[in-house]
Structure formats: C-alpha cells, structure tokens
Design a protein around this ligand. Sequence first.
Ligand SMILES: [Fe+2]
Ligand SMILES: [Fe+2]
Length: 164
Amino acid sequence: MSPSLTTAFLQQANRELATSLLYRALSYWADLRDYGGFTDLFDRQAEEEESHAKNFYAFLTDRDQAVTIGPFEAIAPVHADLLAVAKAVHAHERANTAAIHALYELAVSEKDYGTQVFLQTYIAEQVEEEAWTASLVERVSRSTCGGALYNLDRHIVKDLFGEK
Ligand SMILES: [Fe+2]
Ligand SMILES: [Fe+2]
C-alpha cells in the first residue's frame, strides 16, 4: 500500500470508530430522555460501526501497515429533539459515503485492487446506511404529537430493521 493510500485508509478506519462513538453518545442522549427504542437503535449502530472499524484496522495489518487509533474529539450531543438527531445522523452518513467514495477513487488511481475490493462492501453498506437514516428522518417528521413519538420509539428498531 502506498503511504498516501495508507494514511487515507487509516483516516477512514478512525472515522468508522468515531462514528461508533457518535452513535454511543446518541444512545445516551436518548436514554437520558427515556427513549428506550432509540437507545437500542443507537447502541446497535454503535456496535455495527465498531465492527466496521475493526475490519478496516485488520485490513491495514493484513497489508503490513501500522495502526494508530484516534485521536477523537469529545462528543456532547446538544440536539433539541429527535428530529434534529435524525437529521444529524443522516447528514453524518452522507458525509461518510462521500469519504468512502473519495478513498475508493484513490485506490482506483493507485491501481490497488485489494483495497478496491475491500471498499466495495462499504460502498454497498453506505447505501443501506443512507436509506435507514433517511427513513428515520421521515418517520420522526411524521410523528408530530407525543403519542406518535411514544409509539415510534417503541417500534423503531423493528420498523427500520424488521427485528428486535
Ligand atoms: Fe460504517
Ligand atoms: Fe449498517
């Protein structure tokens, strides 16, 4: 792996872990406000993103590259309501898609085929991530009264992922 691709790849690995921390912070944001379903949803996403980060770091060691974890900034969510949270995670996932596409373009320009194949999984994953976060924004937008939000919170994991 070239030094520039290694640096960019490590940055993305750290971005995946930072995303995990973001979702964990949002799960506490939700827990503090007694949104039990959203707490579960964000915990679940925190774990999924941690598994992405692990796969990225492991790919680096497979390619004989050293791993530096972090640094990460403090995360203190200050969102006013669930709609603001939903919009923020959707924007975050869109930005992550752009970052993965840029990394893929670098791997293409360097003719690094192994990295390209690895990243294709995450290009497909981001389609899924943008879809559920867009759906989250829609569903929260439609829940305009307290009763609707209560029901949404109870069923959100099942609604989005068909399981609980
Ligand atoms: Fe991810
Ligand atoms: Fe996912």
